[in-house]
Design a protein around this ligand. Structure first.
Ligand code: ATP
Ligand code: MG
Length: 460
């Protein structure tokens, strides 16, 4: 792309001030990299006489040479007019009405240009500077300036394959910089989640957050406390489970945003065991990022179990130091940490249960009586809990003998393992590991789906 000349190129009376048009020959977007569904939607709208643009993250990622997963379309057709053009179309959304056009597994989201509207409009509802409902249609210029970052407000025009830039997004893209459209403080007050989006997109794209966009974080981060915990859970998944989780975590922490999402985690990362905990999170997030990039399954439970591990551990430890029974202290610590967490990020019940099981199984790796070993091996969360033990062992060398013992135990024929464990109430670590006749144990069904890391043990 060589947009330097394009301003003069297109400086005609019909071009609004501030608009820069990058003609087809001067940018790298090829229709080959646009999904067939998105192209069909764009062409159909265009043929019906409407304006039709690809917009948002897809244009940004195409200009950066990436391969977008989803494609958003913006048009001057209303949702009803869009629906009339497609058989496979449904209208969704209360806060924003959108059309979804479905092609097999692909869904193309079509949004009507959204206006900026004034406070008090019947279709726009603003409370304390926050947009609660927003259904005012507008021009493409208005649609551009209500978007968050300049690099997210570029429009690819299916009419002539040019890119339209109303807000200086091309410059920022070239400088690899996230800049908010408009006054940063006002934009964060309207929607505090934009602060998280800054951290996430900076991590994903390897961009810098412009100084004036990062400056309000310190003062405005607490506004995140008023965002619905369910929305913050969705954002957390995008932050941590999209292949750039470690970088997202770093940026959140460095910008003082982590403490609004995972307060106990942020405290522990500044506490006496910050270095060890930081390394545990480093191992966990690195292996999760690798799995996501390799298209392997990952579970949020594993990641969240790691995020809250040190808070639970240290809370339980303090209770034990104050005279509590260790088992009681542990379950009280889990309850307390999970309860505090639920006020911020609403972790759905099934993942919360998974986290609690991964934690609860940790001490059970120390028990090696036959019955207990067999029961633990058969536990549906065994694989995830074992993988978590392996991560802990990176930094707690005293756990290594347990990791080795359980690595062998998993791969022994259950009958051989059973015989080995039979008479002694507690088996020394070497005994289970010593067999030469071991055979790989059949992998349990749940293994692949439940783990956040590679299975650590080779069969032999
Ligand atoms: P990703 O690559 O992660 O999907 P994205 O920029 O496409 O990033 P989406 O959540 O898919 O993010 O949003 C699509 C577009 O909608 C954005 O590019 C931006 O233009 C606009 N947008 C999304 N969220 C907001 C917001 N909170 N405030 C203003 N504009 C937003
Ligand atoms: Mg997107």
């Amino acid at each position: 792309m060589n947009p330097s000349e394009s301003n003069t190129h297109h400086a005609s009376a019909s071009v609004p001030p501030g608009l820069r048009i990058i003609p087809r020959a001067e940018h790298g977007i090829s229709r080959k990299n646009i999904s067939s569904g998105a192209l069909r939607v764009l062409y159909r709208l265009h043929e019906a006489g409407y304006k039709a643009f690809l917009v948002g993250g897809a244009v940004r990622d195409l200009l950066l040479g990436g391969h977008p997963k989803d494609f958003d379309v913006a048009t001057d057709a209303t949702p009803e007019q869009t629906r009339a053009l497609f058989r496979n179309c449904r209208l969704i959304g209360r806060r924003f009405r959108l059309a979804h056009v479905v092609f097999g597994r692909e869904i193309v989201e079509v949004a009507t240009f959204r206006g900026t509207g004034e406070e008090g409009d019947a279709d726009r509802h603003i409370v304390d500077g926050r947009i609660l409902r927003d259904n005012v249609y507008g021009s493409i210029e208005e649609d551009a300036i209500r978007r968050d970052f300049t690099v997210n407000a570029l429009y690819y025009d299916i009419a002539d394959f040019s890119v339209r830039d109303y807000v200086g997004g091309i410059d920022d893209l070239q400088q690899r910089r996230l800049r908010l459209i408009g006054d940063p403080e006002q934009r964060y007050r309207e929607d505090p989640v934009r602060m998280l989006r800054a951290a996430r997109l900076a991590a994903k794209l390897g961009f810098e957050i412009a100084a004036e966009a990062a400056a309000p974080f310190a003062e405005l981060a607490p506004l995140l406390a008023d965002v619905a915990p369910a929305r913050l859970f969705d954002e957390s998944l995008k932050l941590f489970l999209a292949g750039h989780g470690l970088e997202s975590l770093r940026r959140l922490h460095n910008h003082g945003l982590l403490k609004e999402l995972f307060p106990a985690t942020a405290v522990a990362l500044s506490g006496p065991r910050a270095a060890e905990f930081g390394r545990l999170l480093g191992y966990t997030f690195t292996s999760t990022d690798e799995r996501v990039r390799a298209d392997k399954p990952v579970t949020p439970a594993f990641l969240f179990a790691a995020l809250l591990w040190e808070p639970v551990r240290s809370t339980a430890q303090r209770m034990v130091a104050d005279g509590s029974d260790p088992a009681v202290a542990w379950s009280m610590a889990v309850d307390r940490v999970m309860h505090q967490q639920a006020a911020r990020v609403a972790i759905p019940r099934r993942f919360a249960l998974g986290m609690e099981e991964i934690w609860a199984l940790q001490p059970r790796f120390e028990q090696r009586q036959k019955k207990r070993v067999m029961r633990l091996l058969a536990h549906p969360r065994f694989r995830a809990a074992f993988d978590f033990l392996v991560l802990r062992a990176h930094d707690e060398p005293e756990l290594m003998p347990l990791v080795e013992w359980w690595t062998e135990a998993q791969h022994l024929d259950p009958q051989v393992l059973g015989e080995r464990l039979t008479p002694a109430p507690a088996v020394p670590a070497e005994q289970g590991a010593a067999s030469k006749r071991k055979r790989p144990r059949r992998r349990r069904k749940s293994a692949a789906a439940s783990t956040g890391t590679e299975p650590t043990a080779a069969p032999q």
